[in-house]
Design a protein around this ligand. Structure first.
Ligand SMILES: NC(=O)c1ccc[n+]([C@@H]2O[C@H](COP(=O)([O-])OP(=O)(O)OC[C@H]3O[C@@H](n4cnc5c(N)ncnc54)[C@H](OP(=O)(O)O)[C@@H]3O)[C@@H](O)[C@H]2O)c1
Length: 317
């Protein structure tokens, strides 16, 4: 099969197209014929070697944790899936090696779900990692309730865009941060209020206009953004970050509930996301769809830190 691989960590030039044997599904696994693979910031972080100490990695590495496609082989002990089923999944495995930038990928049958029937393969491949992150952050960690005020940082990005839609669907009042050029986009996603993080004094003004503070702040940026968020919390406010494990722990020790989330695969939650998509509550905005061979260009775009929505690699026509 054709796959994009890297044989060493490094810049975008380490990505190459190679021929590899087609993987065989093991016990409890299915093999997915990949139609589209989603691109996430973690893909270039893995390529650079930044996750080396955190997760075991083995070369050659096929990057990519998001997939949409058709099941084309079913391993032993799999009863819930059949060849031809159209599915999508967040295919992070215990060892980083066999990812989704390939014509085929195998994965645990329990962690996949039927793709939304109103989504193309490209739209479906944009969903799993980012939307599961948003779901687990807002609801499992953040315990977001209807009527609560939630501030979402990087609301125009992959995770933030899904978070805005999910928070709105849950009945929260949604504040989103982005550059001014993305404010119309945020409103279309369902944000009630938009803030330009470039504006001098924006956090002071927010604090003045919202003296009771935010019930939940969702940090998809880290660093200064995390620090500037703390005074914006209400007395019962929580902060969830997908970038700041140490700061979250320190803040919790000081008495403010702060949760770091590292997204986990979940078939049942993906099935819920399919239901949201099919009811029109969750849409995918594709900033770029590129052929598999253009993985380096896809990384260049995602490394800009200014993607609106998602980038996807199209693997089959
Ligand atoms: N822990 C986990 O499980 C987990 C899961 C997923 C992602 N992540 C991490 O979370 C981060 C976000 O992921 P993503 O996929 O959403 O990234 P992304 O799609 O690349 O995010 C791009 C967005 O960030 C916005 N942005 C950049 N700087 C900003 C700032 N200072 N304030 C507000 N918005 C800003 C941009 O909006 P403008 O163009 O308008 O500036 C752009 O729309 C990445 O670092 C990723 O690695 C962690």
């Amino acid at each position: 099969m054709k796959a994009v691989i890297l044989n060493a960590y490094g810049g975008r030039d380490v990505l190459e197209v190679a021929e590899l044997p087609k993987p065989e599904p093991g016990n409890g696994e299915v093999r997915i014929e990949v139609w589209a693979a989603g691109v996430n910031p973690v893909d270039w972080k893995i390529r650079e070697g930044y996750l080396h100490d955190r997760l075991p990695c083995e070369f050659p590495i096929i990057p990519g944790w998001d997939v949409a496609g058709r099941i084309d082989a079913v391993g032993p002990e799999v009863t819930q899936w059949e060849e031809g089923d159209e599915v999508y999944a967040y295919v992070r495995k215990p060892v980083i090696q066999h990812g989704a930038y390939a014509e085929y990928v195998t994965f645990d049958a329990a962690h996949i779900a039927r793709k939304p029937n109103n989504f193309s393969f490209e739209e479906a491949a944009s969903v799993p990692l980012a939307a599961l992150t948003a779901y687990q952050s807002l609801f499992d960690a953040g315990k977001l309730q209807p009527g609560e005020q939630v501030l979402i940082h990087a609301a125009a990005g992959g995770v933030g865009g899904f978070a805005v839609q999910l928070a709105r669907a849950a009945g929260a009042i949604v504040w989103g941060t982005a550059s001014e050029a993305n404010h119309v986009y945020l409103k279309e996603l369902g944000a009630d209020h938009v803030l330009d993080y470039h504006e001098v004094g924006v956090w002071d003004r927010l604090r003045e206009s919202m003296p009771d503070g935010m019930d939940l702040i969702y940090d998809c940026i880290g660093g200064e953004t995390f620090e500037q968020s703390i005074p914006l919390l209400s007395t019962k406010g929580r902060i969830v970050s997908i970038l700041e494990p140490t700061r979250c722990q320190a803040l919790t020790e000081q008495g403010t509930p702060a949760f770091y989330v590292f997204v986990e695969p979940s078939g049942p939650q993906l099935a819920k996301l399919s239901a949201f998509a099919e009811s029109g509550k969750l849409k995918s905005h594709l900033a770029a769809v590129l052929p598999l061979e253009d993985a380096a260009r896809a990384h260049e775009l995602i490394e800009s830190l200014h993607t609106r929505g998602k980038i996807v690699l199209k693997v089959r026509e």
